[in-house]
Design a binder for this molecule. Structure first.
Ligand SMILES: [Zn+2]
Ligand SMILES: [Zn+2]
Length: 833
């Protein structure tokens, strides 16, 4: 408590502890459904219980708390819960490193982090706290898994998957970033294994369509999701193979109009038809060698535009059905099995990758779209234009030719229009221990059988050896693995993979609506009252991970009849990172600031104020110690001002707006303009930093209002205005710095919490300005500002602008060609040399 003794610091340790206790004792932020009031569901992405909160957490929770408290004061019924994304690999790795059971490690971390969060004074409804590793939680996602299994939305298949050698598990496509594991940054390998998938591809079209119907989401995130879903429209058709009536190569193209320019075709090296096309042992050797070479590359490398492509020419040849010409057939690394059909028609004239490949291998290039004037033919032409060299398509434009080509294919029974998506099914099997068991039993008689619903949850056993050597640890637990078949009662074997932890985070926001409900996933009435989440807050790194999965899972729950909402999150705020010394804070870079230290030295209110003031929420926040000092100085200044004037403030009555003196009216205008600015900044613009600077200006104005010169004003008027100014500043600052404002509020004599007071509303009469500011531009650049009477006419404004001392130097030696006056706003002077 050393900081208590420093004369320049208000006693924040005592004040913060006092109010955190008081809010809890009064259960002030507990939420209950109340149809009479508008609801506001404010949610920050829940944390993984790593053990310590970091500055990124402080920032996101400060943003959430500002909005939650603001909405409380605006009269909303606010739900603001907190919980723990508690399954996952770090717990298991800690078990391997230190011999602590993942459950013990996780719960200890939760206890530590809860204490840290409570010290920040966030307005959470702690009664709703949940941890996803609880059987009472994952029981319900096991139930949903079974319902999905019954409808074919959860299925098992053998396929090539992304494999993280360090995490020893499968990764979903969304969890591979530039060829590396999202969690541990290891290079991801490709492996052929069996695993469980969720059929997110069934929802591709709906997920995409709703990207245009979520105006509360950042465009950046919607674009990332659209690109990830990757819809492409085109055609699928068959290429005959020369002298092989038994084989047809199915290809997908987004440009069927370019078919006459198909001068070769390409198969992915993994394509299952390749084996049938190989003619003899020599070709087999070459193909195997080529496949091996390609297998060593990641998808990202294979698709990179700026690298030489590698190919192998097969001896078999295909036929272009549009021209009946025989064309060469290649295997090439730039064609992937997972996209389209794993085979493409190559049109080097109109596709850059095909162009590069054709140049490398000396293949012919045919232009099928007329090039613009001056085109130098050094690259493929991908623009629009009139079709040429294209038989019956000649003379059409690209869009018309696409339609005509598809019609031609359909008439001949060769192919049809086809929509493809880049999105692939969500691989959810993890060969690790610390996750929710998949409720499936394998029976030699019945095959795959879901566990009976009355037997749920399938509880994750505690007693397990975790070696990290690979393979699902659950497979070693005989008591778990051996189980009677739920259908025939015979000997069964449980699935030993666990679910991706992103499954738990796909519905926790629904569970918060009734976290203790034990008759189902959630109480339907409660979920229908609170959902959807009105404001979701979290990092952009989840754009195509959690944020896509949660949207998908919500739609599945809707289709399974659990809930009516189409989308989980109405609005999303993606906050920027916290940066120090030019890099994201991280242990390895040694630039971490520990929130605990910060709170100990300056208090939670200062930590919150700094993180909200230093940058707009969606931008990166550049850490600097001077900014923290500045925030602390400001709060101490507020503290000193209020405590110094306490007697006068407590004795003051309400202001009488009609009877104010001139300076009194001017001061009251500042108060009410601040209210308007802060409200707009928070509600309309989400500019918390400018909202805070508006309050800072009000505090400055309070100091200016203080001097002896104001003694000219009647004492009652001065006291009343001081009180109105101080109370307004405290109310506006409350959601940012709740402890110090609540303390000062109570010292002013209020028995009721500041956060039970309505948010102030600007008095329109007070902000009515008799004088207005007009911007003066010379040749488009702002050179001066004029203060004029609101009723000033155009002529007067024009004269004042041309004679203004800041304007005249810019007119020197030039001729005024034109003066445009927009009354009330701007004067624009146009000159000629
Ligand atoms: Zn990994
Ligand atoms: Zn059976």
């Amino acid at each position: 408590m050393a900081s208590d003794d420093r004369p320049d610091r208000y006693p924040f340790p005592a004040i913060e502890a006092k109010w955190q206790r008081a809010w809890e004792e009064r259960r002030q932020f507990r939420a209950t459904e109340d149809p009479a009031r508008p609801k506001y569901y404010c949610l920050e992405m829940f944390p993984y219980p790593s053990g310590r909160i970091h500055m990124g957490h402080v920032r996101v929770y400060a943003i959430g708390d500002l909005l939650a408290r603001f909405k409380w004061m605006r009269g909303y019924n606010v739900l603001h819960p907190m919980g723990w994304d508690a399954f996952g690999l770090p717990a298991e790795n800690a078990a391997i490193d230190n011999g602590v059971h993942p459950a013990v490690w996780t719960y200890e971390n939760i206890t530590n982090m809860r204490t840290q969060l409570q010290r920040m004074g966030i307005s959470y409804d702690w009664d709703r706290e949940l941890a996803t590793c609880e059987p009472s939680y994952y029981k319900w996602e096991q139930l949903v898994f079974i319902r999905m299994f019954e409808r074919g939305l959860a299925y098992r298949k053998r396929s090539t998957v992304n494999w993280c050698p360090s995490c020893q598990t499968i990764l979903a496509n969304e969890q591979v970033e530039a060829g590396r594991c999202w969690r541990c940054d290891s290079e991801v390998a490709v492996k052929e294994v069996e695993g469980w998938f969720f059929k997110i591809t069934d929802y591709a079209e709906e997920l995409l369509a709703w990207c245009d119907r979520l105006p509360g989401w950042p465009e950046r995130v919607m674009t990332m999701q659209r690109n990830w879903i990757g819809k492409s429209e085109g055609a699928e058709f068959d290429l005959p193979v020369v002298e092989r009536d038994d084989v047809r190569i199915r290809i997908f193209t987004t440009r069927p109009d370019t078919s006459f320019g198909m001068t070769y075709a390409v198969l992915a090296p993994e394509h299952p038809l390749v084996d049938a096309l190989v003619r003899d042992a020599d070709e087999r050797v070459a193909v195997d060698a080529f496949r091996q070479e390609v297998a060593g590359q990641s998808e990202i490398e294979r698709l990179a535009a700026d690298r030489p492509k590698r190919g192998l020419r097969l001896r078999a040849r295909a036929i272009n059905p549009f021209t009946d010409a025989e064309i060469p057939l290649f295997l090439a690394d730039y064609v992937l099995m997972g996209y389209g059909t794993g085979a493409i028609m190559a049109v080097p004239g109109e596709d850059q990758r095909d162009w590069d490949f054709a140049k490398q291998y000396g293949l012919s290039i045919v232009a099928t779209v007329k090039r613009p004037e001056g085109w130098d033919d050094s690259e493929a032409y991908t623009g629009d234009g009139v079709k040429i060299n294209s038989g019956f398509l000649d003379g059409l434009d690209v869009a018309e030719a696409k339609r005509a080509a598809i019609e031609w294919l359909e008439r001949r029974g060769l192919g049809e229009a086809k929509v493809n998506y880049r999105l692939r099914d969500w691989g959810i099997s993890r060969q690790r221990y610390w996750g929710a068991p998949i409720p499936i039993v394998y029976c030699s008689a019945c095959g795959m059988v879901p566990e009976r619903e009355e037997n749920l949850p399938v509880v994750l056993p505690r007693d397990v050896q975790i070696s990290g050597k690979g393979g699902s640890p659950l497979a070693e637990v005989a008591g778990f693995v051996n189980t009677p078949c739920p259908r025939c009662g015979g000997r069964g074997r449980r699935e030993t993979d666990t679910m991706d932890t992103f499954v738990e985070s796909s519905w926790y926001f629904l569970r918060y609506c009734s976290p203790h409900y034990d008759q189902g996933m959630f109480d339907r009435a409660a979920a229908e009252y609170w959902m959807p989440v009105d404001q979701y807050i979290g990092g952009i790194e989840h754009a195509v991970l959690h944020l896509l999965y949660a949207r998908f899972y919500t739609k599945v729950l809707r289709d399974l009849g659990f809930i009516k909402v189409d989308e989980p999150f109405t609005a999303l705020l993606s906050q920027g990172m916290v940066i120090k010394d030019g890099a994201k804070m991280s242990k390895s870079k040694g630039n971490v600031v520990d929130p605990d230290d910060l709170i100990r030295r300056y208090g939670a209110d200062t930590a919150r104020l700094f993180s909200l003031f230093a940058a707009p929420p969606e931008k990166d926040l550049d850490w600097n110690d001077r900014g923290v000092e500045g925030a602390s100085r400001f709060l101490n200044r507020v503290w000193r001002f209020v405590t110094r004037h306490l007697a006068e403030l407590r004795g003051a009555g309400p202001a009488a707006p009609a009877a104010l003196s001139g300076p009194g009216r001017a001061f009251r205008r500042i108060i009410h303009e601040t209210i308007r600015r802060v409200t707009d900044d928070i509600e309309k613009d989400v500019h918390f930093n400018t909202a805070i600077s508006a309050v800072m200006e009000l505090v400055n104005a309070l100091h200016d209002f203080e001097p002896e010169s104001m003694d000219a004003m009647p004492r009652e008027e001065r006291g009343a205005l001081l009180r109105e100014g101080v109370e307004t500043a405290l109310l506006l600052l409350g959601p940012v710095c709740p402890h110090v404002t609540e303390e000062l509020w109570s010292r002013l004599g209020h028995g009721e919490s500041l956060f039970r007071r309505p948010w102030p509303v600007a008095d329109p009469a007070a902000v009515e300005r008799e004088e207005i500011t007009i911007v003066v531009q010379v040749d488009g650049r702002v050179r001066s500002r004029l203060t004029v009477h609101a009723a000033a006419g155009e002529g007067e404004i024009r004269e004042r602008a041309l004679g203004d001392g800041k304007v005249t130097p810019w007119l020197d030696g030039r001729r005024v060609a034109k003066v445009v006056v927009v009354p009330g706003r701007i004067v624009n002077i146009v000159t000629r040399g």
